[in-house]
Design a protein around this ligand. Structure first.
Ligand SMILES: Cc1cc2nc3c(=O)[nH]c(=O)nc-3n(C[C@H](O)[C@H](O)[C@H](O)COP(=O)(O)OP(=O)(O)OC[C@H]3O[C@@H](n4cnc5c(N)ncnc54)[C@H](O)[C@@H]3O)c2cc1C
Ligand SMILES: NC(=O)c1ccc[n+]([C@@H]2O[C@H](COP(=O)([O-])OP(=O)(O)OC[C@H]3O[C@@H](n4cnc5c(N)ncnc54)[C@H](OP(=O)(O)O)[C@@H]3O)[C@@H](O)[C@H]2O)c1
Length: 370
């Protein structure tokens, strides 16, 4: 590694190896109280860190497991909360409580646990998926196996990534994030997302973060190039940053397709988006899926606007960006684009596929999906 690379890597916030401890300056729930969702807008203070980011980048967040969850493990490791163990990844000595809070994945079981007790389901993937370390330890913990060995069995708690929802041209030494909270049941327990609940918790005042650049997913260098942004749900986060950046650089051909459940409750950044639209900076199409009987999604709005979209893509060489859910949305939106190419570009399916590949090769279509 060169010296300058080394300095870069070691400056707080520029690599996962040396995170910057950011103060959480502001936390706002973007949904109305009557909503079925809770999505947060979070403002992190970069203070004098010197961190500079481009729109389209992400922030990596090191979260912590909740006190309640850690306590449930400490009930099993009786009298061992302060016992020292070695965190095998860094060779650091720490208490069991610190290890469980900051470094252990408390939600995923893995074969290391099963090997420790010679469990008969060692090669049974379903068993591993359906159980978690808590349910496993409740059934199999024995102090005949050293505490260190139990701790070594946990997978590491990995950082979580969040799209940056701000442009430094507008917010200077802040970084804004948008975080969806959620709960689910697993291994007979009600669980909430680790990082999203940690960020949601008022007691969390500071959080270790680092910048994760994403140079392909950013606004075009040519300010004249039109951009088409498709971002339902938290997928809108990077596009808030894009729109702030494009307003700051007086680039006016921006088109956003945004969707959520209900307009009254879940229209994130409504004032900002409507203001940008009224000032001519933004074409805005909205798809509120649960305001009527049948689902209306962003791709339905895209197909409705097929003529104009085709003109932006084919004649005006717009760049296309898709952000949000990887499992269904990104596939369905891509399918809608192919439909538009076929109907408006008079193409067969094979030609439409080739047209899409050509857009990918020339970096005119960009995905950031999760
Ligand atoms: C590039 C990138 C950008 C992202 N940007 C954003 C963003 O802007 N905003 C945002 O909110 N998120 C974003 N994410 C997602 C984010 O990183 C986290 O994955 C998300 O917040 C969940 O993390 P968590 O720790 O809260 O949940 P976790 O504790 O990690 O829980 C989520 C995990 O729980 C498990 N799970 C969930 N439901 C069930 C179930 N029913 N049964 C069993 N297991 C289940 C799954 O394994 C799932 O991966 C992004 C991800 C990437 C990769
Ligand atoms: N478990 C986790 O790791 C975790 C945590 C947070 C978020 N997520 C996932 O991250 C993604 C984003 O979540 P989010 O809260 O930002 O919003 P979201 O769940 O993606 O929902 C946003 C909007 O998209 C709609 N939608 C659903 N299916 C769609 C499709 N196939 N095409 C287009 N739009 C569709 C939703 O409608 P309807 O809901 O009315 O169908 C809703 O109106 C989701 O996959 C979510 O499950 C996962």
């Amino acid at each position: 590694m060169s010296l300058s690379q080394d300095i870069q890597e070691n400056r707080a916030g520029l690599s996962h190896k040396s995170p910057y401890i950011a103060h959480i300056k502001e936390r706002v729930i973007l949904n109305k109280p009557s909503s079925t969702k809770k999505t947060l807008h979070i403002v992190l203070d970069l203070a004098d860190s010197g961190i500079e980011y481009d729109v389209g980048s992400c922030v990596g967040v090191f979260a912590q497991n909740s006190e309640e969850r850690v306590e449930r493990f400490l009930e099993i490791f009786t009298n061992h909360a302060s016992s020292p163990i070695v965190f095998k990844k860094t060779n650091e000595v720490m208490s069991v409580r610190t290890f469980l809070t900051r470094y252990a994945n408390l939600n995923s079981l893995n074969s290391s646990f099963l090997k420790l007790v010679n469990h008969p389901a060692l090669s049974d993937k379903e068993f591993v998926l359906q159980n978690d370390p808590l349910s496993f330890l409740q059934a199999h913990y024995t102090d005949e196996i050293a505490l260190q060995m139990w701790c070594d069995a946990f997978q590491p708690l990995l950082p979580r990534y969040y799209s940056i929802a701000s442009s430094q041209k507008k917010v200077s030494n802040e970084v804004h994030l948008m975080v969806a909270t959620f709960s689910y049941s697993h291994a007979g327990q009600e669980k909430t997302g680790v990082a999203s609940s940690h960020l949601f918790d008022e007691k969390t005042t500071h959080v270790p973060i680092f910048l994760q650049k994403n140079p392909r997913f950013t606004v075009p260098e040519n300010l004249e190039t039109p951009i088409i942004m498709i971002g339902p749900g938290t997928g809108v986060a990077p596009f808030i940053a894009f729109i702030q950046e494009r307003i700051a650089t007086s680039s006016s051909r921006n088109w956003l397709f945004f969707g959520e459940r209900n307009r009254e409750e879940d229209f994130y950044y409504e004032d900002f988006l409507l203001d940008a639209a009224s000032k001519g900076y933004l074409e805005l199409d909205l798809a509120f899926s649960r305001d009527q009987e049948e689902k209306i999604y962003v791709q339905h709005k895209m197909v409705e606007k097929a003529d104009q979209l085709w003109q932006w893509i084919e004649k005006d060489h717009a760049s296309i960006y898709i952000c949000g859910d990887a499992k269904k949305m990104a596939k369905d939106v891509t399918e809608a684009l192919l439909t538009i190419f076929m109907t408006k570009g008079h193409m067969e399916r094979k030609e439409a596929d080739a047209y899409l590949s050509a857009l990918r090769k020339s970096h005119r279509i960009h995905l950031d999906v999760y």
